[in-house]
Write a protein that binds this ligand. Structure first.
Ligand code: ANZ
Length: 877
């Protein structure tokens, strides 16, 4: 702890920053130098390390506060300024509340921008990355964030990525990492695989080229094994994560429940399985559709006539240029090719013609469907386009309790609102109306199922199929396995070796890390294979089992692997013996408060959740969800528009820091609005923040009483304001209503100023009490100013570590205030109401007041504007 105490002399404070008329002795010379304060306190923090998380023997309860780590591409921007401010407010708050807080920082430093800079400008990706990190690090230090700087990690350090390789192998051992050939997004221009999120409306996010599907052998993580748990466990997070994010995850995982049904194909061995959510409609199947790019389509086409073979070949080439969204869109004409083969319906032996059509996707379900045109819109559109039969098997006119009514059409085919009995099977015949019957109803044309409701028919059909061995209950997910291999240089090498006899074997643990080869002499330009392939000395290795010559895998890992577990590495970042300590994970995990941009609502969070569950199953962590609570901050925009380099409307973080100092920037941002809302930089007032800070600061300076005053003897009105803030701020901070706390601080600063300027004067014990409370709460927002205040008030501890001062309950007793009730602009009543009444309660009181009721007479209230605690205004008709 600090020992020296350098009190600034009174004339260090500027008189002109204060709005007050108070005449203090010396405050007449130098201006408040925010930058000097920053430098001074940052040096002291660097020296004493007060924000380092407590280790062994620290018995305080723990909080793990985490902001998503930055990617080191260029300067930090205002979004970072927000993100790290908010996490810092929370971290500082919990320290005041007596918690051992972990608030670490690191860099997500592998990735494409480094490589692109290398390709475009010949920059060394290593140098580029670490120079950017150094610069960002300076900005964050300047910003006064209370990080535990002893735990900094960079994912591009071998000390870190070595553990990505360990993780890969742990997953591989459990069958959760595997290699397969499958169609992937391919940019023909950049000659590389793209992740789904790098495909924007069918085009490469980087170069704009049309993305195609290409079959490649790639590494995957089997996230689909966890699909059920990833979905079900979202329920635990309800109320702690933004609802929107939970919903996005649910949709992304996309679970459907139904059955797998086996179909034989005439003249072919074995069965083809389809997934259907509507096994009840099996008697209504009239044709069969396979995905054009599936192996089955290729096989069937190969055996068809020359004409069909060539038609299919052309069709397939076209389909491969289409995006998934295009393929599934319902409002485009259906296309397809009849393959001259038949599938056999397992329940009635009917022959179903087999078509290849693009609306069936190869990688959903099993890549083939039984088509039931009467009850599925896409199938119906297809049947009508190719004149295939439509057979109704669910009579949706038949009453079912809670049934959804079906639509009747007039002569022109326009839906009209029918009386329930007007409906007949004829008027709603999908073959005529073009509208599939998807609603509830009773089974018809379905043998033993006839008369059953849809739900019962589904259950009965599944039983029947199971008994016959031709089907079973099944689920299908939208979620696909996670494609993790990339043909790029700047990532974690995949620690596998390909042997001469075709085996793929893991690099033994003692040979890890597989270091990235030097970039020297490598051609990083995209050419379809990984640049690592060019490092022939590096590629040549030996088979760990036989010692014979072998080749290294040349792909690197998706950088989302790096960020899927980094929060665990912070717990023991220098540990050379293991990825993370299970003990530390038990102590700190899961993360209590996680904050970052909503752009990570799906992938990063889903991957981190998956890896956490996999580690749980390995017995390495004792929790199944990594982030107990999550906040998405809004964006900082400018003049209503998103900031971007290309638009040239960037507000640069470092420039703002240099111009206003950290504290003014922090206060201005915290005050700008609710955490989740977008903030327009045009509305963010750093000038206002600077003035406010100067006022606060000056108060501390004017206090003349000593630290041992008896507060109880102070001005009661001011004490009440102080204690209300102390009582309310914790709840507000926990609800992340940071802007409200800043507003309340401003209120306290004003109240204190008033007391100083009154007869009570600066010597009143309540003024000292208020000043100390201001310093303590201000520490969350403006830590340098707060430390200065605290020092001026006579303390030599860091205010950042001061325990939260408890509010005195006797001072919280509510004052009552007068509220006026207006009716059509005229004051009709005044009410005595508690000063902290909320809007709803105030409106209730106003509406039930005798005088209000009387003057209303038979007029009706059409609008109420309520401004608690003082005004209620009714407009009448
Ligand atoms: C027969 C059927 C009858 C279907 C019916 C629906 C309604 P969700 O809910 O999205 O999971 N399907 C299955 N695999 C497909 C694929 N690879 N590409 C395109 N469509 C596929 O959709 C499941 C339904 O989508 C499945 O149930 C199947 O059509 C179709 F009245 O089977 B259904």
């Amino acid at each position: 702890m600090r020992v020296s105490r350098a009190f600034p002399s009174s004339h260090d404070w500027s008189p002109h920053v204060s709005q007050s008329s108070s005449s203090l002795p010396a405050a007449e010379s130098a201006a408040y130098d925010a930058h000097a304060a920053q430098a001074k306190w940052q040096a002291r923090w660097a020296q004493d390390d007060p924000f380092r998380a407590g280790g062994e023997g620290d018995t305080r309860p723990r909080k793990y506060v985490l902001a998503m780590f930055p990617y080191p591409s260029g300067d930090l921007h205002m979004g970072h300024a927000e993100n790290y401010l908010y996490s810092d407010i929370v971290a500082r708050f919990w320290r005041h509340r007596g918690y051992n807080v972990l608030n670490p920082i690191g860099w997500d430093s592998f990735g494409l921008p480094a490589e692109n800079a290398a390709i475009k400008r010949g920059a060394d990706p290593v140098k580029w990355t670490y120079e950017n990190i150094a610069q960002q690090r300076e900005s964050l230090k300047d910003y006064g964030v209370s990080f535990d700087w002893s735990r900094v990690l960079h994912t591009s350090d071998p000390e870190y990525y070595r553990w990505n390789q360990w993780l890969f192998q742990k997953l591989y051992e459990r069958g959760l990492a595997y290699r397969k050939e499958s169609p992937v997004n391919w940019c023909p221009n950049d000659q590389t695989v793209l992740a789904n999120e790098q495909v924007v409306e069918g085009h490469c996010e980087r170069c704009g080229a049309e993305v195609v599907k290409k079959k490649l052998t790639q590494w995957y993580f089997r996230i689909t094994d966890y699909a059920d748990r990833l979905l079900d466990d979202l329920n635990q997070l309800e109320g702690f994560w933004p609802h929107k994010v939970l919903q996005m995850q649910r949709n992304w995982i996309g679970r459907s429940v139904g059955a797998d049904i086996d179909f034989a194909i005439e003249g072919r061995e074995g069965v083809v399985t389809v997934f259907s959510t509507r096994p009840d409609t099996l008697h209504g199947a009239t044709f069969f559709v396979v995905a054009p790019e599936s192996d089955l389509a290729a096989e069937l086409a190969a055996g068809a006539s020359d004409a069909v073979r060539s038609r299919f070949g052309e069709y397939l080439a076209g389909v491969q240029r289409e995006t998934e969204i295009e393929r599934q869109s319902t409002d485009r004409p259906k296309t397809g090719v009849f393959l001259e083969r038949y599938a056999i319906n397992p329940v009635n032996g009917e022959r179903l013609p087999i078509w290849a059509a693009d609306y069936v996707l190869a990688d959903y379900g099993h890549g083939a469907v039984m088509a039931v045109p009467a009850h599925d819109q896409r199938d119906l559109d297809f049947a009508r386009a190719f004149d295939l039969p439509v057979r109704v098997v669910v009579d949706t006119t038949a009453p079912i309790t809670g049934a959804i009514p079906v639509i009747e059409l007039d002569d022109d085919g326009v839906p009209i609102d029918p009386g329930a009995d007007a409906l007949t099977l004829d008027t709603i015949d999908p073959a005529k109306t073009g509208i599939a019957l998807t609603g509830e109803g009773r089974m018809i044309n379905s043998g033993a199922l006839d008369g059953l409701s849809k739900r019962n028919a589904i259950a009965r059909m599944v039983e029947k199929l199971e008994a016959a061995g031709t089907g079973r209950a099944a689920k299908s997910f939208r979620l696909r396995d996670w494609l993790i291999s990339r043909q790029r240089y700047w990532g974690t090498p995949i620690p596998m070796v390909h042997t001469q006899d075709g085996r793929t074997v893991p690099v033994p643990d003692e040979q890890l890390p597989v270091l990235l080869p030097s970039v020297e002499g490598l051609d990083l330009k995209p050419k379809g294979t990984s640049p690592l392939g060019g490092a022939s000395d590096w590629v040549a290795t030996t088979d760990p089992e036989t010692g014979e010559d072998a080749l290294r895998d040349t792909d690197t890992m998706d950088t989302f692997v790096d960020s899927s577990w980094y929060f665990l590495r912070y717990l023991s970042p220098r540990d050379a013996g293991e990825a993370f300590s299970a003990r530390e994970a038990g102590k700190w995990g899961p993360v209590d408060f996680y904050i970052g941009g909503v752009e990570h609502a799906i992938l990063h969070l889903l991957y981190a959740r998956f890896i956490t569950k996999a580690l749980f199953d390995m017995g390495l962590v004792d929790f199944t969800e990594p982030f107990s609570s999550l906040i998405n901050q809004g964006m900082v925009i400018l003049g209503g528009a998103k900031m971007s380099k290309s638009k040239g409307n960037l507000v640069l973080f470092q420039e703002e820091l240099d111009a206003h100092g950290a504290d003014a920037l922090r206060v201005a941002l915290a005050f700008a609005g609710p955490v989740e809302d977008d903030k327009d930089w045009d509305d963010v007032s750093t000038t206002g923040a600077t003035k406010f800070l100067a006022r606060a600061w000056r108060i501390a300076h004017e206090v003349t009483s000593s630290p041992d005053v008896v507060w109880a003897e102070g001005d009661a009105a001011l004490r009440r304001v102080t204690h209300r803030l102390l009582a309310d701020a914790p709840g507000l901070i926990e609800q992340t209503k940071f802007n409200v706390v800043v507003a309340r601080l401003m209120e306290l600063v004003n109240a204190t100023r008033k007391t100083i300027d009154s007869d009570a004067g600066a010597g009143d014990p309540a003024v000292r009490e208020a000043a100390e409370a201001i310093a303590m709460v201000l520490d969350l927002f403006a830590p340098h100013t707060a430390e200065e205040m605290w020092e001026v008030l006579g303390y030599d501890s860091f205010v950042g570590l001061v325990p939260w001062r408890q509010a005195d309950p006797t001072l919280l007793v509510e004052d009552s205030v007068k509220a006026v009730v207006q009716i059509d602009g005229k004051v009709r009543a005044t009410l005595d109401v508690p000063a902290r009444i909320d809007g709803a309660a105030l409106e209730r009181l106003a509406r039930s007041d005798e005088r209000v009721i009387r003057s209303l007479g038979d007029r009706q209230i059409v609008r109420a504007i309520v401004r608690p605690p003082k005004v209620v205004s009714f407009s009448t008709r």
